[in-house]
Design a protein around this ligand. Sequence first.
Ligand code: HEC
Ligand code: HEC
Length: 339
Amino acid sequence: MSRMFKKRHLLLVILFVLASLLSLKWTQMTEQPVIAQLGPPITAAGDEPIEPIPLHVSLNMEKVILGKQLFHDPKLSKNNTISCASCHDLTMGGIDRRAHSLGINGQIGAINAPTVLNNSFHFKQFWDGRASSLEEQVDGPIHAANEMGSSWPEIIEKLKQSPEYVNAFDKLYEKDISADHIKDAIATFERSLYTPNSRFDQFLRGNANALSDPEKEGYRRFKGYGCVACHQGVLLGGNMYQKFGVFGDYIKERGNETKADLGRYNVTGKAEDRYMFKVPSLRNISLTAPYFHDGSVKTLDEAVKVMVKYQLGREPNQKDVDLIIQFLKTLNGEIKEVA
Ligand code: HEC
Ligand code: HEC
């Protein structure tokens, strides 16, 4: 009788040990942090390093409408063939889906065209931050020989031929079609191109169910890996400069280094600014391939792997990369259709 009991007891102990081992293996597969800094699972938004895009921005709607017209008008280019929208197509996330843009006379640009969505929240404009405001930015493409190749006197002369423009400027800018007023209208239109209410923003505003469990796991990894050290604030980017290639030399490995690869160095001439770029926004990022200032990467999968390797010095792990991408896809907001 007592031997029988012992046998049964032993069986129970063995079963218990087996069960514990199995459950440990299970935890390793699901819960075990893949990297040391991975915090506890995320259930709801707490004190986060990312802020939602404002739900409303108040703007002079008549300026927005005039700016929209100017943004889409090829008369702003030397030979009336290229508008701002040629390279920043608002039906495709504000980009041209090319590694390098096409300017007048089929000229190929030196760098990838970023989106114009949410640009009013960037601390500076351009990859190297050489313009401090949206207004100042407009001077760039207007004059660049390989983009629009024009000048303000030429543009103003053309706009004055249009009674519609003359009326609009009369009303909004006291009869004055000037470079400053054109820039003001375009910049006002650009301020209307914000994309609020993404699922991630709904989560930040307190709706814990706005994200699925895998998306929350992706956000947990985005923070845990340290992406958030550079991609943070309202845009998950756009508020600092960082070197591209903190661990390893991406540009050297890619080959054919160009002047554009020098980044912020082209603005300051300081050695420490070589390969420094404005950290790009990750808002609507799944819509804006190809990626990086050189347009060298076609998929988000590859872009995240480059980041893990060259910005964080880690070996990319496919499962974590997939989760991070699921999180990144929750950053697509509502693209406001302006009147
Ligand atoms: C020929 C293509 C082309 C045209 C036309 C063009 N852009 Fe761009 N745009 C680019 C490229 C390429 C960049 C990145 C340049 C850089 O950073 O050095 C850029 C950058 C920008 C940026 C800064 C984005 C950021 O995240 O820093 C804004 C804003 C912008 N353009 C608005 C405009 C406006 C407004 C017009 C029309 C007046 C215009 N663009 C015309 C290609 C173009
Ligand atoms: C040390 C700062 C830093 C860290 C950490 C970092 N990034 Fe970046 N990220 C950058 C910079 C700088 C660029 C622009 C590189 C370039 O194009 O020259 C960039 C570009 C990107 C792009 C391409 C954006 C575009 O519009 O082309 C994606 C996507 C991205 N990062 C995601 C991530 C993810 C996900 C992580 C974490 C795994 C991460 N980054 C970690 C600084 C950083």
